[in-house]
Write a new protein. Structure first.
Length: 399
């Protein structure tokens, strides 16, 4: 019956993570998978989340289906976190927000909606981008193209080329953008560049689709939402998928959202109705537990402050590890320009190593990074960063 079915080649990140698990070496270091680990190399349980969950478990009750749109308190909390509670787009009711199965679920529901109502549009993603971006939009039936983004020579941004490419796109082209902490490169636009880009988007009547999976890991919770709020201020209609996997350390709960910023409240009502239809066709309704935890934390002032402080500590720890990695490589390779280790932001870094050097890191040093050279800086800690610096120095010296 199924002999004609193609074999699945596997996901490069998850497959590499499986190889790591099978590696018998004691000193192996996993910098491949996008998960925040603490200073002891453990997946943390945030204290604010623990407190919220402990309270919830003391009042166990029935668990009915949520509405197709999700938990109302959670949806409100998402809007206020992304845009600010007093932002005009929030107070006027012109944002259609639903709870989704993680950020990926938000991307999928939005992609299905767009394919139905903008069937002639094409999607443009950064070169490079997270692999699943392309898969999700192609799966919805879109042709997916790339625009210039990462400069391999400078380990920075090709902003002029990016702007020129987007300026040439037809109206209603869908442009996927990383709001902060670009995955996989860690290279972001600064506020001035965002302002320039938003003007081009508005003038060309494009449809931006922002992905914000790492809010709080760049410069801060509000600072990392700059692009979203600036787009809303400019009167641009756009989509934004968000995730709490990393910022709440709730990976397995699949807690995400999709928000569509519309010109007015009436159009937002039309949009949310069809987002409900897309949800019904996909999974009917989202799960309860994670959304209740996130809403409880974000809408309880003491818990929200505790969560924000914990997230700040996570962000600052990553920055310290980036600095130590930079210092360690420079000590081994004086004069080598590796400032990109500290200039790039968030959990990920494009390390500049070739596929062959990435293989050498794994086989010779037990340091796992992707073949693209992407490293998860959140996997570094005081116990392994010096060994990682030695490994990088060794392979870079040969290159």
């Amino acid at each position: 019956m199924f002999r004609h079915v193609d074999a699945y080649p596997g996901d490069p990140i998850l497959t590499l993570n499986e190889d790591f698990q099978k590696d018998p070496r004691q000193g192996k270091i996993n910098l491949s998978i996008g998960i925040y680990f603490d200073e002891e190399g453990r997946l943390p349980v945030m204290d604010a989340v623990r407190a919220a969950e402990t309270e919830l478990l003391s009042h166990i009750g029935p668990k009915p289906y949520l509405p197709m749109t999700g938990n109302p308190a959670y949806r409100q909390a998402v809007q206020e976190l992304l845009f600010g509670a007093q932002h005009e787009a929030v107070t006027s009711g012109r944002i259609a927000t639903i709870q989704t199965l993680g950020g990926s679920g938000g991307l999928k529901v939005g992609a299905d909606f767009l394919k139905r109502y903008f069937p002639g549009s094409q999607v443009w993603v950064s070169d490079p981008t997270w692999d699943n971006h392309k898969a999700i939009f192609e799966g919805a039936g879109f042709q997916v193209n790339t625009y210039p983004y990462y400069d391999a020579a400078t380990k920075g941004l090709k902003f002029d080329a990016m702007l020129s490419a987007i300026e040439a796109l037809p109206a209603q082209s869908i442009v996927l953008l990383h709001a902060c902490c670009h995955n996989p490169t860690g290279v972001d636009l600064n506020p001035a560049q965002w302002t320039q880009l938003i003007e081009v988007i508005r003038a060309r009547k494009l449809l931006p689709y922002l992905d914000i999976a790492y809010q709080g890991f760049g410069d801060g919770i509000d600072e990392d939402a700059f692009a979203l709020r600036a787009l809303a201020d400019a009167g641009v209609s756009f989509f934004v998928a968000n995730s709490f996997s990393k910022s709440f350390s709730l990976y397995g709960e699949r807690v995400g959202g999709l928000s569509v910023v519309c010109p007015d409240k009436d159009q937002a009502q039309l949009v949310i109705g069809q987002l409900m239809s897309a949800v019904r066709r996909n999974y009917s309704s989202p799960p309860t537990h994670g959304s209740v935890l996130v809403a409880k934390v974000l809408q309880t002032p003491a818990l929200r402050q505790q969560w924000a402080d914990e997230l700040t500590a996570m962000r600052e720890r990553i920055k310290v590890m980036r600095q130590r990695l930079y210092d360690g490589v420079v000590a081994k390779l004086p004069g080598r320009d590796v400032r990109y280790f500290i200039d790039q932001r968030g959990m990920f870094s494009y390390t500049g190593v070739s596929p062959e050097q990435a293989e050498a890191l794994r086989t010779e040093h037990g340091v796992y990074v992707l073949r693209s050279g992407r490293m998860c800086a959140a996997g570094l800690n005081a116990n392994n960063v010096d060994r990682v610096a030695e490994a990088f120095a060794a392979v870079l010296a040969k290159g």
